[in-house]
Design a protein around this ligand. Structure first.
Ligand code: AMP
Length: 193
């Protein structure tokens, strides 16, 4: 039995050019449902976001979507989600996503995914939370992101300890195994999200 009950997944609002990305989303969604882990995500029906949510629901799992009002049309809020929270702003959305989750997973995506990934990593660096952060390397997608962080460390712009703020898992099966053995994290003192 995993200590992780709710997982925030940050991922693309597009499916990308490589079919392996959507396939990874499907395997992830199924795996989360089978493990009894609730999916917490941005609430959209498009891109990898939609693929993961559909797969969780198809396998009988639970999905919480958190979407800002202005994106409900653009990203097409998922009508099938178990629960959908509509927020006033992007910041309120992110805060709610963080509060509702025991751990964070970064899957393939674009600039929005990078923003969310870097924010949750830097907030851990600032000790605003101590929840596990996993990056899923699907067909090499995460490599440039990790290389940029390692470059910042090499160039003296980040502490070498920053590399311990997140873990990289090669592919979804390895990721699901790791999720099963993760300790539950904590929010920051006084819930500083
Ligand atoms: P993307 O990776 O760009 O496809 O975006 C994935 C998710 O991140 C979508 O739900 C977007 O709404 C969200 N997103 C896009 N831009 C931002 C941003 N600047 N800050 C936070 N989230 C964003």
């Amino acid at each position: 039995m995993t200590a992780i009950h709710s997982l925030a997944v940050f991922c693309g609002s597009r499916v990308g050019n490589n079919p392996a990305y959507a396939e990874a989303g499907r395997v992830l969604g199924r795996g989360l449902a089978e493990a009894g882990i609730r999916l917490v995500y941005g609430g959209g029906r498009i891109g990898i976001m939609g693929v993961v949510a559909d797969a969780v629901l198809a396998a009988g799992g639970t999905v919480l979507g958190v979407i800002p009002e202005f994106l409900t049309q653009m990203e097409v809020a998922h009508a099938g989600a178990t629960e959908m929270i509509v927020t006033d702003s992007m910041h309120a959305r992110k805060q709610r996503l963080y509060e509702e989750s025991d751990a964070f997973l970064v899957m393939p995506g674009g600039l929005g995914t990078f923003d969310e990934a870097f924010e949750i990593i830097t907030w851990r660096q600032l000790r605003l939370h101590d929840k596990p952060i996993l990056l899923c390397n699907v067909d090499g997608w995460a490599r440039p992101l990790v290389a940029m962080i390692e470059h910042a460390i090499e160039q003296g712009f980040a502490d070498p300890g920053c590399r311990q703020l997140f873990e990289v898992c090669d592919g979804v099966p390895a990721l699901l195994r790791r999720l099963g053995s993760l300790p539950a994290g904590r929010g920051g003192p006084g819930d500083r999200f």
